[in-house]
Design a protein. Structure first.
Length: 327
């Protein structure tokens, strides 16, 4: 090495050491006006350090009691972000899915992920099959703008469920306040069905022609209301529907008169066979009025859009996503 080269090396080394900068410095050196905002984002992003399989674990192990987005890790190591309700009835509720109706006029067309996106077809009795598979879709921030299903749906072993009906296109931070109905179960019923909906719907397949209305329906579980009551629940569904449902329950795999299967009757227990007018999600075939009853919100607009006449649900119900939580 020449003396000049030696000097240059020393100079470069000193310059490197004295400057002592890293690409992160521009992120850390924030002006006073941005500081509180960035500190909040920093706090939320630091939640990535928690290793927990559910919001219940995040609350219990890491002492978190604020509603918002957290990172969860499945048993196989998949990391995903979802919303935790840390305040209702002791908190620790994990959002695992949302059922959203993008277009009630589309009959088992694009967007009907919880039913069929490929038409009303008796040869495809389970439709998309998403109630009992590991396919995931959507994003947590768009859970009221589109369907959502995350790995927690099949990974979390839970005891109870909570359900929020939230008007479409509501931002995450307003979900709780904007909700038109909220309730939860408190009897640890999921113990009996494998700990989650993935298992429950394996035992009660959401499939056309698996059985008859009422006699082959899945369980109806009593609920505790956090917003609303039995009567307000019935008012969200059509007056004819009201005559064949009882408020104060969440029901699974309700079958209709024509042997079509629906997945969830939110807030109610069926007492008849027009389940397509008050239950959501389903298999791939609905015989009556083919294809008019096929879709994520099935036949909620049978007597007009949001009319609350005959079998039609109210506009509020039709235009709200159904958010499903586990604890
Ligand atoms: C209360 C009258 C029964 O109406 C029937 O139910 C009518 O014929 C059908 O249009 C309707 C549908 O089955 C509702 O799903
Ligand atoms: Ca949908
Ligand atoms: Ca009917």
């Amino acid at each position: 090495m020449t003396f000049q080269a030696f000097l240059l090396t020393i100079t470069l080394l000193m310059a490197f050491q004295t400057s002592n900068t890293s690409p992160l410095d521009s992120v850390k050196k924030i002006g006073p006006t941005n500081a509180p905002k960035v500190a909040k984002v920093d706090e939320i992003r630091n939640r990535a350090q928690f290793i927990a399989r559910s919001c219940k674990e995040v609350r219990e192990v890491y002492g978190q009691s604020e509603n918002g987005l957290y990172y969860l890790t499945t048993s196989t190591g998949v990391v995903y972000q979802t919303f935790c309700d840390m305040t209702t009835a002791g908190g620790g509720w994990t959002l695992v899915a949302s059922v959203h109706e993008d277009n009630i006029y589309g009959k088992c067309t694009v967007g009907d992920r919880w039913t069929s996106q490929q038409g009303n077809n008796a040869n495809w009795p389970q439709g998309e099959g998403n109630w009992a598979n590991r396919k995931t879709f959507g994003t947590v921030e768009a859970a009221t703008d589109d369907d959502f299903k995350n790995p927690g749906y099949y990974d979390i072993v839970a005891e109870d469920m909570s359900v929020w009906h939230v008007p479409n296109n509501t931002p995450v931070n307003h979900w709780k306040l904007a909700a038109i109905m909220r309730y939860h179960t408190d009897r640890r019923f999921l113990h009996l069905y494998g700990g989650n909906l993935y298992s429950l719907f394996h035992r009660y397949p959401v499939e056309y022609n698996v059985g008859a209305h009422l006699s082959d329906n899945g369980p109806s579980i009593p609920i505790v209301y956090d917003l609303g009551d039995k009567e307000s629940t019935k008012m969200f569904y059509g007056p004819y529907s009201g005559a064949e449902i009882e408020g104060g329950f969440i029901s699974f795999r309700a079958i209709n008169y024509e042997r079509a299967a629906t997945a969830i009757c939110s807030g109610v227990k069926p007492k008849g066979g027009n389940a397509e007018t008050y239950c959501i999600g389903g298999g791939g075939f609905f015989p009556e009025g083919n294809p008019l009853q096929c879709g994520d919100f099935t036949a909620f607009a049978w007597n007009g859009y949001g009319t609350h006449v005959g079998w039609s649900a109210s506009k509020q119900m039709l235009e709200s996503a159904v958010l499903l939580f586990y604890r």
